[in-house]
Design a protein around this ligand. Sequence first.
Ligand SMILES: Nc1ncnc2c1ncn2[C@@H]1O[C@H](COP(=O)(O)OP(=O)(O)OP(=O)(O)O)[C@@H](O)[C@H]1O
Ligand SMILES: [Mg+2]
Length: 331
Amino acid sequence: MPHILEVENMVKKYGEFEAVKGVSFDVEEGEVFGLLGPNGAGKTTTISMITGLFPPTSGTARIDGHDILKEPLLVKQMNGLVPQDLALYPTLSARANLQFFGRVYGLSGKKLKENVEDVLRVVSLTERADQTIEKYSGGMKRRVNIAAGLVHQPRLLFLDEPTVGVDPQSRNHIFESVQRLNRERGMTIIYTSHYMEEVELLCNRVAIIDQGKLIALDTIKNLVAMLGGGVLRIGVRHADDHLLAALSQLPSVKNASLLQSVAQPNPEVQTPDLLHTLPAVIKIETQNSQQALIHVINYLEDQNIALLSLDILENNLESVFLHLTGKQLRE
Ligand SMILES: Nc1ncnc2c1ncn2[C@@H]1O[C@H](COP(=O)(O)OP(=O)(O)OP(=O)(O)O)[C@@H](O)[C@H]1O
Ligand SMILES: [Mg+2]
């Protein structure tokens, strides 16, 4: 697959503060690529530079081989940007807004009309298209905002947190539109979010950025596999060092340790004897949670130990982020 986007060592400084610290990645034509990171990571700054809103302090990007600094006008026609903050005229209808954006991109006449009707269908707003934007719900405004980024039929679409403040129904509309644009039209989509569930649903490859730096770049599958097999949390009546050691030795188990149980919120005030009579929750880190589970259950049964509770916590992008940075993706 050819690279439709190549980002090369992009840096953005605001005065002394370096918001983006040398980010590089490539995106293949036809991908839905996720740009994931916590608030303030530098996602918007990165895509603003790529789409020509302001120049990078250093570094550059190429779109279909064309340098954004050398051929800005050509590159702008190939990109669609759906900004994080709504950029619409509230007193105009959705249709009039889209016609305006189409004209900005040099469309007119029949082509303009066709494209506007087409993008209204993409975001499922044809029926409400003549209502003024100010009467729309937040989610519907977001969908018009998306249509505005599509009206000139870009090959590459940048969606910057398109679901923030959106009702569940509009959220689903947005997901469906993204998937349809990608599948039916082969559009390449760069999807920026700090919601890892969205990125897990829509994207195959992701770049995770944190504090202006790229900290991971791979398929979601590979990133999650890198961590191994998830965690089991089991509740038993008694947990002692002997049990923890035995569980740690089981196949597919990496380590077993005692978590503070709900029944003993403040272990310091309990006597050691009493501690051992309270239910305990054990955290079992595994190489493969499904396999480990079988061994754990067999072992407990052999030893006549009752299993009081069981949680299987599979790894996901959140755990990848936690592993790489030591903190949660969302504050
Ligand atoms: N115009 C500006 N002047 C100074 N600092 C800025 C400016 N714009 C952004 N920043 C800072 O740059 C950093 C990156 O901001 P950016 O908006 O790119 O983050 P983000 O990943 O898009 O975050 P969010 O998820 O909140 O949208 C932040 O620390 C932000 O405060
Ligand atoms: Mg942002």
